[in-house]
Design a binder for this molecule. Structure first.
Ligand SMILES: Cc1cc2nc3c(=O)[nH]c(=O)nc-3n(C[C@H](O)[C@H](O)[C@H](O)COP(=O)(O)OP(=O)(O)OC[C@H]3O[C@@H](n4cnc5c(N)ncnc54)[C@H](O)[C@@H]3O)c2cc1C
Ligand code: FES
Length: 501
């Protein structure tokens, strides 16, 4: 193996990774005391430059979506990354740092003898993270990984940002793992008491432990005309491919609903050159969660790019011959539409499960270890879990993956509980908004920066305790907060932390 000089120890700060170019590929150097570690420089999730992240609490935290890796080994600690960082050998002699050009091969996990059969239903965020975890921990029993979609597990979050914008072909949506679900089929029934799964094609499987990671089903509104061509929902890669194909020949789109996904779709279709109109029951999008100032700034960003809002109303019916051509609103307005996207929420995909407690919204009620019944776990958009002692359901990609990891570990016998902070990101007109925490009861907003310039961090506090943080253009402070907010955080300390970046 070739060792090459890449840096001087004196030039490596202790609290920040440094990117160096080598003859073959860039590397991230991380100094801990007089020791230096070298890793691949870009995040294995979506390629963020890791030197722009932070190093804290023994972790390298990615600036983009807050994946975390152990500083000493590069092992993955938190998703969205599902694999660790490649690590390279390092020598330090007389203050000169050299790195090898071949990665250190990881010790393979020795499979434990196991006669159990585990089933993971769903190959989305939670299911893929669970399967990656079972494999990483050497599960050697029989694994049934079932999904009704044909393609390998993929990154759903890219659909509303890049695929329907025409920037990414649906088949190029980034995969989550090197492998796909080993059983293609729709689960029609899960008998939680008999521990049996039945597929639509008649196949049946008995399991010892099962994880339900089936997310949610997006439904169109039940109004006249909802069956017309070019009326869509957006959940799967196939949905996105159909929307993108329709957008190719469309001039005007109507989005029903001002959720994050509805607004991401508005941004994507507007950037594609369509006239985009958003119909919403509210005046200000997301005001209930983020407050009027932040919701208002998001609306303004859309309006500045030409999105037209129709507020405090809803569609009465859709008209057209074969394909939709008009949306008639309850306030009497008629909107021209070659394409309608209904972003009005999802129903937890749990209708096939018998023998468990379901919440009113049909999600599965789980305990702190994500167990819904003996031998049955659930993770992702379809669970109601105890969050700060309150039954809570949250639809976030990284949280679904964290739950997938946690469920897999508890299926293997660990006794962990969720101890992290929910994180969400969303992308509109080239601006990424990040949310940490779960804003519910906050009564004070502290704003640092400029909302109109989309360069801010806002603390949503309950009295003087930080409940959630929303930011745009402050990925490093958010990376540090993603670790710090695992413990209660007061406003004063949060402001000090933000101002130090
Ligand atoms: C377009 C879009 C963009 C998004 N963007 C963001 C974002 O930017 N940031 C963010 O934090 N969150 C985002 N989200 C939310 C995020 O994708 C979800 O929170 C996450 O996917 C939930 O993961 P999950 O595993 O519970 O469900 P999913 O990822 O939906 O996976 C469920 C899987 O189960 C399969 N399945 C369902 N029922 C059955 C059955 N009966 N039999 C067999 N298979 C079944 C489905 O085919 C699917 O593959 C976005 C969601 C969408 C739709
Ligand atoms: S690019 Fe690092 S977590 Fe997404």
């Amino acid at each position: 193996m070739n060792m090459r000089i890449v840096a001087r120890l004196i030039n490596l700060p202790e609290n920040r990774g440094v990117r160096v170019e080598t003859a073959t590929h860039p590397m991230l150097l991380v100094r801990v005391g007089d020791q230096v570690r070298a890793f691949q420089a870009d995040c294995p999730h979506a390629g963020a430059p890791l030197e722009k992240g932070v190093i804290c609490a023994g972790r390298i935290v990615c600036p983009w979506h807050k994946a975390a890796f152990a500083v000493d080994s590069g092992a993955v600690q938190e998703p969205p990354a599902l694999v660790g960082l490649r690590q390279y050998p390092v020598q330090v002699h007389d203050g000169v740092v050299s790195v090898g050009d071949e990665p250190i091969s990881a010790e393979p996990t020795q499979p434990r003898e196991d006669t159990r059969c585990f089933a993971v239903i769903g190959a989305g965020a939670a299911g893929a993270a669970a399967v990656a975890t079972l494999k990483r921990h050497g599960f050697a029993g029989r694994l049934l990984w079932i999904d009704r979609e044909h393609q390998p597990a993929y990154d759903r979050t890219a659909l509303s940002k890049f695929v329907i914008a025409g920037e990414m072909a649906a088949e190029d949506t980034p995969p989550l793992l090197d492998e796909s679900a080993n059983i293609h089929g729709e689960v029609l029934r899960l008998d939680a008491i008999g521990k049996r799964i039945e597929l639509a094609d008649g196949r049946q499987f008995d399991y010892d432990a099962a994880l339900v990671a089936t997310g949610g089903n997006a439904h169109p509104l039940d109004i006249p005309g909802a069956h017309l061509n070019n009326v869509f929902v957006l959940r799967s890669r196939e949905d996105a491919a159909r929307i993108s194909a329709a957008a190719e020949h469309a001039t005007c789109a109507v989005i029903i609903g001002d959720s994050f996904i509805g607004l991401e779709a508005a941004s994507a279709l507007r950037q594609r050159g369509l006239v985009v109109q958003v119909v919403s029951r509210h005046t200000i999008p997301l005001a209930a969660q983020l407050g009027k100032r932040i919701g208002g700034a998001l609306r303004q960003l859309h309006e500045d790019h030409g999105v037209i809002f129709h507020s405090n109303t809803e569609p009465e019916r859709l008209d057209g011959h074969g394909a939709v051509s008009t949306v008639l609103l309850k306030n009497g307005n008629r909107l021209a539409a070659d394409l309608v996207l209904m972003g009005v929420g999802v129903t937890p995909a749990t209708g096939f499960i018998d023998g468990v407690t379901k919440a009113e919204d049909q999600s599965l009620v789980v305990d702190e270890q994500l167990q819904a019944a003996p031998g049955l776990w659930a993770a992702g958009d379809n669970v109601t879990f105890p969050w700060q002692h309150q039954p809570t359901r949250i639809e976030h990609w990284r949280l679904a993956q964290q739950f997938g990891v946690l469920a897999a570990r508890t299926m293997l016998g660990d006794t962990q509980v969720y101890a992290d902070v929910p994180f969400f990101w969303t992308y509109h007109f080239d601006k990424t908004f990040e949310v940490l925490g779960h804003p519910q009861h906050w009564n004070r907003l502290h704003l640092e920066g400029d909302l109109q310039q989309h360069d801010f961090i806002a603390l949503l506090c309950h009295d003087d305790q930080v409940e959630a943080v929303i930011a745009c253009a402050h990925p490093q402070a958010m990376a540090r907060l993603s670790q710090r907010m695992q413990q209660p955080l007061g406003k004063t300390e949060a402001l000090e932390l933000i101002r130090s970046h």
